[in-house]
Design a binder for this molecule. Sequence first.
Ligand code: SF4
Ligand code: FES
Length: 248
Amino acid sequence: MKLFLKIWRQKSAQDNGSMKDYTLDGVEGDMSFLEMLDVLNEELISKGEEPVEFDHDCREGICGMCSLQINGEPHGPDRLVTTCQLHMRKFNDGDTIVIEPFRAKAFPVIKDLVVDRSAFDRIQQAGGYVSVNTSGNTIDANAIPIEKEKADDAFNAATCIGCGACVAACKNASAMLFTSAKVSQYALLPQGRVEATDRVLNMVKQMDLEGFGNCTNTGACEVECPKGISLENIARLNREYLAASIKG
Ligand code: SF4
Ligand code: FES
């Protein structure tokens, strides 16, 4: 395949950045999207040009590091996959592909396609954990029976990999789907109920402090989420937040 790439290039956080055109020949359908960018970078390096910076780590859909807005969609045109799991067979010979970083005020561009997603870490640090007394008196988690349906919902919420596609998909750059997944994975379990009030109040407060927008109720986040995190989690977050606010 011969592809025409339009890629966002930005030297640093201070640089304005712009789209740059590249032509790449010999792309195979079995290549992943990131392997296609690797080939482009090899060519750029051999010509003495600066390679395109992009985030990646596991390349198997579990770490949440890869990102990229591909033809306007976070993680590209396929469903329930991350950019590292997207294959070039989804594109055709002669296609033009527009590749941009995830766009959000709370995700500033560091360089080219790499954005700073540490705002998610700070939301997680505000309450996305269970405090455990490890003095030797800890009760085995398996000693507490949990209904199968709740265990499944908690597990599904916990599959969020923190990639940020939900934010990039939302016209308000809302982080509600991410935060609701992190709140839900604990809210559904007895171990998580102990700190539930403080958790939801603190995580939502941090989410707002980071500059993420409000939920638009359009569901774009759910459509683009590579892990199929459901909007039901946002409804649960709202219920948890209301109950915690009344409780104070
Ligand atoms: S909710 Fe989905 S899109 Fe958002 S951070 Fe988690 S895995 Fe990524
Ligand atoms: S590189 Fe780890 S999820 Fe894509």
